[in-house]
Each structure stands twice: as C-alpha cells, then as structure tokens.
Write a new protein. Sequence first.
Lengths: 170, 218
Amino acid sequence: MQFNLGKELKKLIGARGPEIIDAMAVASHPLAWRMRVKFDTKLPPHELVTQDIRFHNPQWGDAETFKSPIESIEFFLPVKYKVVLAGMELYNFYIEVLGDISGGGKAQIESFWFCGKLPQVNTVKTWNVGKGKVIVNDVEFGKEYYGTTARGWRGGVATKHPISTVLRID
Amino acid sequence: MAKPNTYWLFNNSANDGANSGNASGGAGASSSNWVVIDRANDKLMFLDDQQTDGDSNVGTIYPVIIPAAGTQESDKTFINDDSEDVLDQVKLAGTTEGQQNGGNTRYVFAIFFDGATATVPYLEAWDDSDHDSVDDDFLGAGTAANSTLKAIATTNAVPGSGTWGGTPLAGTGSRITLDTGALAGSKNLYFNLKQAIVSTFTAQTDTAIVLALRYTYS
C-alpha cells in the first residue's frame, strides 16, 4: 500500500519517509491503543503486537519477548494516527498512572511514554500520549522522565536516519 | 514489569520502626504498628491539640486554629478510620513544632509497592481526583510555595532535623520523589507530612484536596 504524504508530514519526516511509511502503513485502526514492535531477527517472533495497553500487560518487561534488537515501534492512536520510532539505539516504554490516598478506585492511567535514544548522541526523543495530547520532546539521556532516569531500556538497530514522528493512517 | 499494586499505610504508634508487614501492615519493627489506609473511606485530617487519639469520628471535631501571627504547624495528624469510627492519630507525623511525637522521624507514612516500577514514584497533591488543578487555598491558591502541605521523603534516611522544612506539595510543579530511582522490586517507601498555616490564611469550609501517587510500569 502506497502512503501519500501531505505537506505537513513531509516536513515532519523528511524526504526519506515514503519507503519507510510504505512498510509501516495500515489500512484502518483496529489496532487503536495497541503497540507493534518489530524485531531485527531471522527467527520468530519477528514482531509483537500487544493487546489494548490500557487494559492489558504491555509485556515490555518480558525479557524473553524482547531478546532480539528492536527495528521499530509503532503506537496506534484512536484517531487514525500512529506514533513511530525507528532506527534508534535504545527504546523504552512505560505507562504513567496516578492514584489517590482517598477516592477508592484503582490508580488511573495518565499517559503512555515512548522513548527512543538517538544513535551517537546523548539525546532521547520522548513521546507522551495522554489526556488528549501528544507531546514530543528532546531530552538528555538519563533525564527522560521529568528529569529523572527510567529503567527498562531495550536495544535497537541504530541507523543513520532514525525516525521519530507521527503518521496518519488512512 | 506488570502494574504493581500499591498500599498506603500509617504508623499509629509513637515508635519509629519500619513496616515489616508490607501490604498487610500490623506489628512492625521497634514495636511500631502499621495500619492500612482504606482509600475508599478513610480520610487524612489535621486537627487542633484538643483532639485526642481514639476520639469518635462522629463526636466533636476540633479544627486547626489559624495563628494570630507567623506560621504554625497543625498540632496533630489523624486518619479518620471509617471502619472503626475513630480518629486514629499519626503520632510521628510532622516536626517538633507540632503537639505530638513528630520530629526527626522516619517511619510515619508508608506506601508499599508489590512490584517494580519504570521510574521513580512521586508524591503529589491536587485540588481533587481530576488531578488537573492546584487552585485550592490549602495548596497555595496557585502559588506552590504557599502550599500548607509539606512533605519529606524518608525512605532512605531520617529527615536530618527535628524541625525539617519539607517540600510544599502542589501538583507536578512542587512534589517529592519517594526514592532515589525506579524500584527494582517490591519495596516500602516512606514519607513524613505536616500542615503549616500562616496567619493570613483564610478559613476554609470545605476542600477535596487529595494526596496522589504517580508511578510508572511497563
């Protein structure tokens, strides 16, 4: 499936976008709130597609699942867009929750964090998805969560042209 | 790492000992005694010195009196225990400027995590359970430094002073980390808490402010 780029997306991802997008585009969004992780391996599993991570274990902590280097991560938003990270040296993902001393209910999800450490520099691209917003930031490696460090980094396949963007899904 | 369960507890003894009972609380180290907070029904209350440990929670409630000058720490700290219908005192809360056993005390409030986290947990305060504003007068009415709630993390050490100042709590702009980093596994995190009221504070009739715990998992 060929993905036609609008001007805004071309600005976002640059001229190298189309061939990469072609491989990653999907037809609709039955994958909303799911994450797809592609691995660089000749042995299965070649990818992991999680269940809805609002309600299910995202499996990021499963060392056996993540034994191969990551090629890319996609997170499918419920609005026909997906966050894409690819070509990074390291990746991280975590779910942020907030629970009260009173009020009874379980801790509620505040946001989802997707992080990619750029190759050869000490910078992390962070994507924070929550409360109707998608916020992207460049932060120093080791200060990716409100200035503090996160654990759970997974190795990736670094490329000369890493991708950190949001793409429309038609 | 799956989502960890969290349990809030307080030490209702005057003995400064760790929560060895973890999620269940009960008898702790150094003859301390830990009670699990029922987050659906119990409430944290700062009250006047006239209030006594074990008072009925449907009897007379003695609110904190605004000082005539300067700043004054609320005398006593209680958990309004809904199931027991009593005011259970948190005797080690606050500093030596209160009217209980607070000071350079470490094991006062605990949050037990039964699993790992991806990042360091934060303790915050918000207007209500929507967690989107900090306009309440108790939280400084928009000026975090004026928040009446002050907290200090004691997970790894005592505050270092019997009159510790603490960090004013108001949203994400002013909060405390409860440890030095992400949790590698199950662990008790400890903190102490006080309320400090200034003479210019306006009496409040109602508030829905909440203490909140922010953490991550993957």
